[in-house]
Design a protein around this ligand. Structure first.
Ligand SMILES: CC(C)(COP(=O)(O)OP(=O)(O)OC[C@H]1O[C@@H](n2cnc3c(N)ncnc32)[C@H](O)[C@@H]1OP(=O)(O)O)[C@@H](O)C(=O)NCCC(=O)NCCS
Ligand SMILES: CC(=O)OP(=O)(O)O
Length: 325
């Protein structure tokens, strides 16, 4: 069974509800209608009814059976309950006036539906940049117990090749401890997708071939990650070729059990992580599924603004599957 058939089987019949704050976008609308028609989940679209219907008509889609919430005409009592809950959650950080303003943003509104257990998860980011999509989740839903931070991973897939790349979405800079934490989270994500993790902590240096603070950080992160999970096959610092190509791994890091065989790639910062996944996607022909948020206390998923309908469909399957666990 392929990855997505397995996820579909897992969520079918579970009746998980997923909110789509960008209900007026045609890719989102198309995916939501298909997910409902395929009996995989119940979508809840946020947006203006007339706009959603106009998008549906333009694209020959039937939205008549899909639940739509227009935040502008949400019942006053429900709106007040949402505001009270947000004010309580953000006590000492945001004033009630700020909280009321936040709720005018569909990303905050959708996140509050998740936080208040009115829906099981949220998928957004086809229109909004990542920062605006995930900030509400970071502020309101926060980290899962046992996780110090949230990071963003992609499943990179082509034919029967399947890898995890992280952090490609969230943390601008990672210190050694954060990079170690991302390594452990990414190994867990790999297992969820039937990948037996071998984790490479990436650098422009392999085992001291270059020097500098950036290299030292990755070497230190490798040590810390090893302390966090001594059983996990991981190694660093490794260049990508040493991590991925067996002959180069054997030449540059002959004593490493991971070099040449890595399938989970942890980048040293967001510049390299985000650039790296997009190169593999756009030049390498890999399908990039994600970013999957790791370490968050409820299923919220981001999308790339360059996504298509199929990406929205697949990320929604993952999000609903996280809600089943
Ligand atoms: C994620 C991001 C939006 C957070 O930025 P920010 O809002 O300026 O961050 P702040 O430091 O003000 O933190 C806001 C809240 O989120 C929390 N937070 C921020 N980063 C976090 C992380 N990695 N893990 C867990 N919590 C985090 C903070 O603790 C804070 O919570 P609080 O308000 O309850 O104290 C920012 O790091 C960002 O833009 N990242 C890059 C996104 C991007 O463009 N990616 C490329 C495309 S995918
Ligand atoms: C994940 C990502 O890079 O998102 P976007 O393309 O929307 O910036």
């Amino acid at each position: 069974m392929d990855l997505f058939s397995g996820l579909a089987a897992k969520i079918k019949g579970q009746n998980k509800t997923i909110v789509f704050p960008e209900g007026e976008d045609e890719r989102v609308l198309g995916a939501a209608i298909r997910l409902q028609r395929d009996g995989l989940l119940t979508p809840v679209l946020l947006g203006k009814q007339a706009e959603i219907e106009a998008t549906a008509k333009k694209n020959n889609l039937d939205v008549s059976n899909v639940q739509i919430i227009d935040p502008g005409s949400y019942p006053a009592e429900d709106k007040q309950a949402m505001l009270d809950s947000l004010v309580e959650r953000r006590k000492g950080k945001n004033t009630p006036e700020q909280a009321a303003k936040m709720l005018q943003d569909v990303s905050y509104f959708g996140t509050m539906l998740v936080y208040m257990h009115k829906v099981d998860g949220m998928v957004s980011g086809a229109v909004h940049p990542t920062g605006d999509t995930v900030r509400p989740a970071l502020q309101i839903i926060k980290t899962k117990p046992g996780n110090k931070l949230i990071s963003g991973a992609f499943i990179m897939q082509k034919g029967d090749q399947r890898f995890v790349f992280a952090d490609c979405a969230i943390n601008l800079e990672l210190d050694a401890q954060a990079m170690a934490n991302v390594s452990i989270q990414s190994a867990a994500t790999a297992r969820l997708f039937d990948i037996d993790p071998k984790v490479a902590l990436l650098s422009f240096s392999t085992k001291g071939s270059a020097k500098g603070d950036m290299v030292t950080k990755v070497a230190e992160a490798t040590k810390l990650a090893h302390e966090l999970d001594p059983e996990l096959p991981l190694d660093g610092e490794l260049q990508f070729d040493a991590a991925f190509v067996e002959s180069v791994g054997a030449q540059k890091a002959p004593d490493s059990a991971v070099a040449g065989h890595a399938n989970v790639f942890v980048f040293p910062d967001l510049q390299s992580g985000n650039i790296g996944y997009k190169i593999a996607q756009r030049l390498g022909g890999f399908e990039a599924i994600g970013p999957i948020l790791q370490g968050l206390n409820a299923p919220v998923s981001d999308l790339s603004r360059g996504c298509n309908e199929e990406d929205v469909y697949k990320v929604s399957l993952i999000t609903a599957a996280q809600a089943v666990e």
